[in-house]
Design a protein around this ligand. Structure first.
Ligand SMILES: *[C@@H]1O[C@H](CO)[C@@H](O)[C@H](O)[C@H]1NC(C)=O
Ligand SMILES: *[C@@H]1O[C@H](CO)[C@@H](O)[C@H](O)[C@H]1NC(C)=O
Ligand SMILES: *[C@@H]1O[C@H](CO)[C@@H](O)[C@H](O)[C@H]1NC(C)=O
Ligand SMILES: *[C@@H]1O[C@H](CO)[C@@H](O)[C@H](O)[C@H]1NC(C)=O
Ligand SMILES: *[C@@H]1O[C@H](CO)[C@@H](O)[C@H](O)[C@H]1NC(C)=O
Ligand SMILES: *[C@@H]1O[C@H](CO)[C@@H](O)[C@H](O)[C@H]1NC(C)=O
Ligand SMILES: *[C@@H]1O[C@H](CO)[C@@H](O)[C@H](O)[C@H]1NC(C)=O
Ligand SMILES: *[C@@H]1O[C@H](CO)[C@@H](O)[C@H](O)[C@H]1NC(C)=O
Ligand SMILES: *[C@@H]1O[C@H](CO)[C@@H](O)[C@H](O)[C@H]1NC(C)=O
Ligand SMILES: *[C@@H]1O[C@H](CO)[C@@H](O)[C@H](O)[C@H]1NC(C)=O
Length: 567
């Protein structure tokens, strides 16, 4: 089309040189008419190609859906899913250059750009830059001749990632949320895709999470920081790009205190299964109805206590005693007949103490198939039946347990380093991960006994209970609320009955750091920003409002012992 136009210009100008002004007027009039007709044809083509449609889905912003046959299109369109505050958007033909995304649209399409959160814990919405062209020709001219971008075909997901040195953050504050955003555009999540990520530290040499990202996606891994550095002023064109996952991070509190999308979108299972598959590990055992499927009572249940920096020296001793008590029992009975084993007071259990840091990849198998440390860890995880850990990063691997396993959260004490003072209160931290993982069951150290430290007696009781539950067959899926500790359950009820509080802590408005930074243990024990009078920060006391009367009733209902105290 453009070449034809150029030729016309040449013809008309040569005519201009040869013939007089009068004829020129006739010709240029003819030309204008012709050009107008050309444009009309052209516009019709665009419209029929894009079949622009406005849609309204789930109260999200205006949506432009384009259907079929737009492979040739270079115009930006966008479609969003979810309520405004946690929506994810699928852009077609989104551009990128010099640290910024660009939407290039036509006046006709009246494109308005939705706001999305790009990063875990973000409190402000991001919108790409936007340039609106009067005609498709102008847009095409700009794209083809001014910027001539590198085209990245297929689906790409973009997010910004902080702390990717820590595998827990790398997985559940970046990759998992982005994958949930992709699941919202099913079935794209079942295919390979590309990751375009902004990292806080783009030159980390020992961050094995980068290899995990790359394998998990399967279709490429690009650090935007590197592009910014080595390709200034170069333009990229993403055929399909998904933005908006920052609100699905593990620390982004949901009203049901579950990992976002874990149950609702089957996100945990999909994430787990893709993780194993993309890392070249054969699928793990499936249990559809209950935990006792495909179990042989003669095979001891594999139990791992994960090392945690929060365990005190005394606690480590108690843990070792619990391990040897249970392993002694198993040794004593392991060679008995099946009938005898079935009559035992509790199932056979092998307990191991494990520090994930000690599981690193063996030297390479062949030059093409080099394992990373995470693969080595997955190989251990897939054989676990009971996973026991204190709070923190150790909690972040439970998603990879197989169906019908149990996660025991031993909890810790707040405030940090004041564990032995009278103001200490129990803290299970990431219990929402368990609640968002319906194929495992969560058990918790008894909340009112946790102040006395972890003891052998309680630990042995918990391990026996877990083993019995597994062999008796607890039903799958487990009800999400049952997978929470008592203080987590209090939060869910508080949220149901105190709507103002609930939106305060889930919507993550800008300027409310302390209310966004919520842990249910602080709320339930009325500490920090939830204490009467709030928490002293600088010259003032910061507090977040909630129905304290209701909270106290719920604390009583769940029989959680309360001891007043202020840090
Ligand atoms: C969406 O809008 C409808 C009515 O237009 C309302 O009933 C519903 O509660 C809204 N949903 C959300 C999640 O805001
Ligand atoms: C374009 O957007 C404006 C502002 O959002 C709106 O008022 C107008 O009706 C829209 N026009 C069309 C054709 O959708
Ligand atoms: C988005 O927000 C809605 C409304 O609060 C919530 O029900 C839904 O679970 C959220 N979606 C995800 C994927 O987090
Ligand atoms: C699971 O339950 C369904 C329905 O109750 C039943 O049809 C199926 O056979 C069960 N599967 C197993 C493996 O027990
Ligand atoms: C377990 O057995 C070993 C060796 O028989 C013994 O030394 C240890 O005291 C036993 N531990 C417990 C807790 O019974
Ligand atoms: C059980 O039997 C096997 C094979 O007979 C033997 O190697 C093993 O040492 C026995 N284990 C115990 C704890 O007695
Ligand atoms: C695991 O690593 C810790 C240090 O991180 C070390 O003290 C311990 O001995 C190791 N354990 C095993 C079984 O290798
Ligand atoms: C992989 O194994 C080959 C053959 O044993 C060896 O030459 C090579 O150095 C190894 N590479 C790495 C990265 O360990
Ligand atoms: C903060 O709260 C404490 C305890 O309630 C109180 O003693 C103090 O005066 C308050 N400070 C300010 C600046 O309000
Ligand atoms: C707070 O909760 C209590 C108990 O459910 C209720 O009676 C009271 O009306 C609530 N207060 C407010 C301000 O909503």
């Amino acid at each position: 089309m453009l070449f034809v136009k150029r030729k016309l210009w040449t013809i008309s100008s040569s005519i201009f040189l040869v013939i007089g002004i009068g004829i020129l007027i006739v010709i240029s009039n003819l030309f204008l008419m012709f050009k107008q007709r050309q444009n009309t044809i052209h516009m019709n083509n665009i419209l029929s190609n894009l079949k622009l449609q406005m849609n309204q889905i789930e109260n999200s912003s205006r949506i432009y859906k384009s259907f079929e046959n737009d492979l040739q299109s270079i115009v930006t369109t966008v479609e969003c899913v979810g309520p405004l505050y946690n929506q994810s958007c699928l852009y077609k033909n989104l551009y990128y250059t010099n640290r910024g995304f660009w939407a290039l649209s036509l006046k006709e399409t009246n494109l308005s750009l939705p706001g999305v959160r790009l990063e875990a814990l973000a409190t402000v919405d991001y919108r790409p830059n936007h340039r609106v062209f009067d005609t498709y020709e102008e847009l095409h001219q700009f794209v083809r001749f001014s910027i001539d971008p590198i085209v990245l075909p297929g689906v790409t997901i973009h997010f910004n990632q902080r702390w990717h040195k820590n595998i827990g953050h790398a997985l559940f504050d970046g990759l998992y949320p982005a994958y949930v955003a992709l699941i919202r555009f099913a079935p794209k999540h079942l295919r390979i895709f590309r990751i375009f990520v902004g990292l806080d530290d783009a030159n980390c040499n020992n961050c094995f999470s980068e290899d995990v990202y790359s394998r998990f996606a399967g279709g490429g891994f690009i650090k935007s920081n590197i592009i910014d550095m080595i390709m200034p002023n170069r333009w990229l064109l993403f055929e399909e790009l998904i933005l908006g996952s920052g609100m699905m991070c593990q620390r982004c509190i949901q009203s049901n205190y579950q990992l976002a999308g874990g149950v609702e979108l089957d996100g945990s299972r999909l994430f787990r299964d893709r993780m194993y598959k993309q890392h070249g590990i054969i699928p793990i055992d499936i249990r559809k109805n209950h935990s006792a499927e495909k179990r042989d009572p003669k095979i001891p249940l594999n139990t791992y206590i994960i090392h945690n920096k929060r365990f005190t020296t005394e606690e480590q001793e108690e843990i070792q005693m619990a391990i040897s008590e249970i392993n002694n029992y198993t040794d004593k009975h392991i060679n008995k007949s099946l009938d005898d084993i079935k009559k035992l007071p509790y199932p056979l259990i092998n307990v191991f103490y494990l520090n994930y840091r000690n599981i690193t990849a063996k030297t390479n198998v062949s030059n093409e198939l080099i394992d990373n440390d995470f693969i080595a860890q997955l190989r251990v995880l897939r054989d676990m039946d009971i996973h026991i850990t204190g709070p923190g990063t150790g909690q972040m691997y439970q998603t990879f347990l197989r169906d019908g396993s149990i996660n025991i959260n031993l909890g810790g004490l707040n405030p940090y380093k004041k564990e032995k003072t009278p103001i200490a209160y129990p803290s299970f931290l990431e219990q929402y991960v368990t609640a968002g993982t319906p194929y495992i069951k969560g058990l918790y150290y008894p909340i009112n006994k946790r102040r006395d430290g972890i003891t052998r007696i309680e630990l042995v009781k918990l391990i026996k209970q877990a083993a019995q539950l597994i062999m008796q067959g607890f039903s799958i899926p487990v009800k999400a609320k049952d997978n929470l500790a008592p203080d987590g359950q209090v939060f869910v009820e508080q949220c149901e009955n105190d709507k103002e509080f609930c939106s305060l802590v889930t919507i993550r408005k800008s300027g409310y750091f302390w209310c966004n930074n919520m842990w249910t243990e602080d709320l339930v024990h009325e500490r920090r920003q939830w204490a009467p009078g709030g928490i002293p920060i600088g010259d003032s006391n910061v507090s977040c409002s909630f129905n304290r009367t209701l909270l106290r009733l719920l604390r009583e209902k769940y029989a959680i012992e309360y001891r007043p105290g202020r840090e």
